[in-house]
Design a protein around this ligand. Structure first.
Ligand code: GRF
Length: 227
């Protein structure tokens, strides 16, 4: 088995909005035995509530407004510079509503995670809850995946599932996915990467506890200790 990281794993979180996932991460890293530490939270929007959550928790924040840049490449280059000043081992996209350039993704290969509100490969992109309802799905959920150059297309590490109820609206479903599963699987994945149980192999496949993952782990299959 791969040697576990003994030092704290510094994490930079990127977000554009409410920051519910950030809050879950903050809460999980507050316990004394967490190997992860949030070094900074960066947003492309100054009014993102997630920045306030970070400030309330005493975490460094930065805003980098994408509208101040000529194009994606220029914004991403500045973002890399900003992130790397914190020297993180891991970068987490927690509701960061910007498409990242290939150069950015390559720079953080194996160290860049995203949480997406669907059971990938279903419903890449936006409006995932509405699309699940329109398709008549009986089950919906979220995935944490390593980021590759394909939008929402990198290998998924873990998924959390909820049942779709007859009375569900996109909002109700979205809230349930967030509360029941999103806020669990992201902190869990960060902890696994931080302690070395999870990594991305050179062949592009995630490896968990020394074994390549053939399919994403399922939250429901994990014991209580993992939640
Ligand atoms: C979440 O649904 C996440 O899966 C998606 O964007 C949303 C962010 O919500 N990528 P929040 O900012 O964490 O509340």
């Amino acid at each position: 088995m791969q040697e576990r990281m003994s030092q704290t794993c510094d994490v930079v979180v990127l977000l554009s909005g409410t920051g519910s996932n950030l809050q879950a991460l903050i809460d999980s890293t507050r316990t004394g035995d967490s190997p992860a530490r949030i070094a900074a939270v960066i947003s492309n929007r100054a009014d993102a509530y997630g920045l306030q959550r970070a400030r309330d928790a005493g975490i460094d924040t930065r805003t980098l407004d994408h509208k101040a840049f000529e194009g994606r490449e220029a914004f991403d280059a500045a973002l890399i510079e900003l992130i790397d000043a914190f020297n993180p081992k891991l970068v987490v996209l927690a509701g960061f509503m910007r498409i990242l350039s290939a150069g950015f993704v390559r720079h953080y290969q194996g160290r860049l995670l995203n949480i997406h509100p669907s059971l990938l490969p279903k419903y890449k992109g936006l409006h995932t809850h509405q699309r699940a309802l329109e398709a008549g799905d009986t089950e919906h959920g979220c995935s944490v995946h390593f980021v590759t150059e394909e939008l929402d297309g990198g290998p998924a590490v873990i998924q959390g599932r909820v049942s779709v109820r007859p009375q569900d609206t996109a909002e109700l479903l979205s809230n349930r996915v967030m509360t029941d599963v999103e806020t669990r699987i992201l902190p869990q994945t960060v902890a696994w990467l931080a302690d070395g149980r999870l990594r991305l192999r050179a062949d592009g496949r995630p490896e968990f506890e020394g074994r390549p993952l053939k399919a994403p782990l399922q939250l429901s299959d994990l014991g209580e200790a993992f939640r």
